[in-house]
Design a protein around this ligand. Structure first.
Ligand code: SAM
Ligand code: DTB
Ligand code: SF4
Length: 366
C-alpha cells in the first residue's frame, strides 16, 4: 500500500489533518506500526558541498544570492574534505549523507564530475548517498545513478497554488520533471515541503495531494518547519507551533504508509516531548549533526540522549533497498586520460627545453 486509498482526496486529507490531535496521532501510530519498526529512526547527515550564491529567488532560502543574509558564498568542496565529513557522520551513527549544492540546476562541467566522484566515494563507504543539486536532466540522473546515488532530494515545498507566492524563478512543473528524471534513472525520490511560510492548511494538504497523484510517491518525505532567516522575504514569519509539525507528520504518515517521513528542519525549536510525538506519529528519520545546510541543528550527543530516553535505535544503511553498484564514469575516465596526456606533454617539453639549456618557465595546469 504505497498510498492510503482512504485519504486520496484533498477533502479527506483535510479532514484527517484537522482531526482531534490525539486521535490523529493514534491513527498514525497504528499505521506506522503496521509498516515500520517503530523503534528505528534513520539518521541522515546533511553536508553543504557548495554554499551560497544561488541565482534562484526562493523566499525562504538564505543561500539565494539576491538576499542579504549572513551566508557567504563558497566554491565546491573537495572530494577529500567530503570523505572526511562523511567519515565523521558515519562515526556518529548516520547511515545516510545528503550533499546539497546551492545550484539552480546541474551543469555538465568539472564541478559535476567532482560531485560524481563524491557520490562514488561515499557509496564505497557503505553509506546511503543522497544529493540535492537543483534541477537535472535524464542523462545527469543516469550518471548519478551509475556513481552509486541512492536518493535524490528535490522538494515541491508546498501546493502548486502557493508555490508562486514563494518562488518565481522556476515552475512547479520544473520540479515535477526533475523528480521524474530521478525516477526514470532508478534513483529513489526524497521530496517534501516546508510548513510555516504563510500557507494555508489547504496548501499543506495540497503538497501531499501532489505526491498522491504520482505513479510512485516519494520513498522519503521530509517535513521542514521554516527556519526564518534575516534578510530573506520570509524573515518575519511567525514560527509555527510544534503541534502543526506533529499534525503534518501524522497526516503524511497515514497518507503514505510505506514512505520514510523525515522530521527535518526546525527541530531546534521543538522540545523532546514534541519530537517524541512526531516519532509516535510516524516520523522515521531525522537530519543528524549540528548543522543542516547553513543553519543549526541539534548536536549528535543531544540526539543520542533523546534516542536513549525514547528507546529509539539508528536504522542501518540499505535497510530499505539494496546498495547501488558503482559503475566507472566514462566522462571522468576520459578527462583524467586527457589531463595525464597533457601533463606528460608538458613534462617532455620542459625536459627538452632544459636539455637545450633554456631556463624552464613555470606552468600551472588548472
Ligand atoms: N538548490 C537545490 C534545490 O533548491 O533543490 C538544493 C538545496 S535547497 C537549500 C534544498 C531544500 O532546503 C529546499 O528545497 C527547501 O525545501 C529547504 N530549505 C531551504 N531553506 C530553508 C529554510 N530556511 N527553512 C526550511 N527549509 C529550507
Ligand atoms: C530537506 O527537506 N531539508 C534539508 C534537505 N532536505 C536538503 C535542508 C534544510 C535547509 C534548512 C536551511 C539551511 O540550513 O540552510
Ligand atoms: Fe537556490 Fe535551492 Fe536555495 Fe532555491 S532553495 S535559492 S534553488 S539553494
Amino acid at each position: 500500500m504505497k498510498v492510503n486509498p482512504t485519504y486520496n482526496t484533498k477533502e479527506s486529507l483535510l479532514e484527517l489533518y484537522n482531526k482531534p490531535l490525539l486521535e490523529l496521532v493514534f491513527e498514525a501510530a497504528t499505521i506506522h506500526r503496521q509498516f515500520h519498526n517503530p523503534r528505528e529512526v534513520q539518521m541522515s547527515s546533511l553536508l553543504s558541498i557548495k554554499t551560497g550564491g544561488c541565482p534562484e529567488d526562493c523566499g525562504y532560502c538564505p543561500q539565494a544570492a539576491r538576499y542579504h543574509t549572513d551566508v557567504e558564498a563558497h566554491k565546491l568542496m573537495t572530494v577529500e574534505s567530503v570523505i572526511e565529513q562523511a567519515q565523521n557522520a558515519k562515526a556518529n551513527g548516520s547511515s545516510r549523507l545528503c550533499m546539497g549544492a546551492a545550484w539552480r540546476e546541474v551543469r555538465d562541467n568539472k564541478d559535476f564530475d567532482n560531485v560524481i566522484e563524491m557520490v562514488q566515494a561515499v557509496n564505497n563507504m557503505d553509506m546511503e548517498v543522497c544529493c540535492t543539486l537543483g534541477m537535472m536532466n535524464e542523462d545527469q540522473a543516469k550518471r548519478l545513478k551509475n556513481a552509486g546515488l541512492f536518493a535524490y532530494n528535490h522538494n515541491l515545498d508546498s501546493s502548486k497554488e502557493f508555490y508562486g507566492d514563494v518562488i518565481s524563478t522556476r515552475e512547479y512543473d520544473d520540479r515535477l520533471n526533475t523528480i521524474e528524471n530521478a525516477r526514470k534513472a532508478g534513483i529513489t525520490v526524497c521530496s517534501g515541503g516546508i510548513i510555516g511560510m504563510g500557507e494555508a492548511v489547504e496548501d499543506r494538504v495540497g503538497l501531499l495531494m501532489s505526491y498522491m497523484e504520482m505513479d510512485t510517491p516519494p520513498e522519503s518525505i521530509p517535513i521542514n518547519a521554516l527556519v526564518a532567516i534575516e534578510g530573506t522575504p520570509l524573515e518575519d514569519q511567525k514560527p509555527i507551533e510544534q503541534w502543526e509539525m506533529i499534525r503534518m507528520v501524522a497526516t503524511t504518515r497515514i497518507a503514505f504508509p510505506e514512505s520514510v517521513v523525515r522530521l527535518s528542519a526546525g527541530r531546534t525549536k521543538m522540545n523532546m516531548e514534541g519530537q517524541a510525538l512526531c516519532f509516535m506519529a510516524g516520523a522515521s528519520s531525522i537530519f543528524a549533526g549540528d548543522k543542516l545546510l547553513t543553519t543549526p541543528n541539534p548536536e549528535f550527543n543531544e540526539d543520542k540522549e533523546m534516542f536513549d530516553i525514547l528507546g529509539l535505535i539508528p536504522k542501518q544503511a540499505f535497510a530499505d533497498g539494496e546498495k547501488p553498484v558503482t559503475i566507472p564514469d566514462e566522462k571522468i575516465i576520459e578527462r583524467k586520460r586527457q589531463e595525464a596526456e597533457r601533463a606528460a606533454e608538458l613534462a617532455e617539453a620542459s625536459s627538452k627545453a632544459k636539455e637545450a639549456g633554456f631556463e624552464p618557465r613555470k606552468v600551472t595546469v588548472s
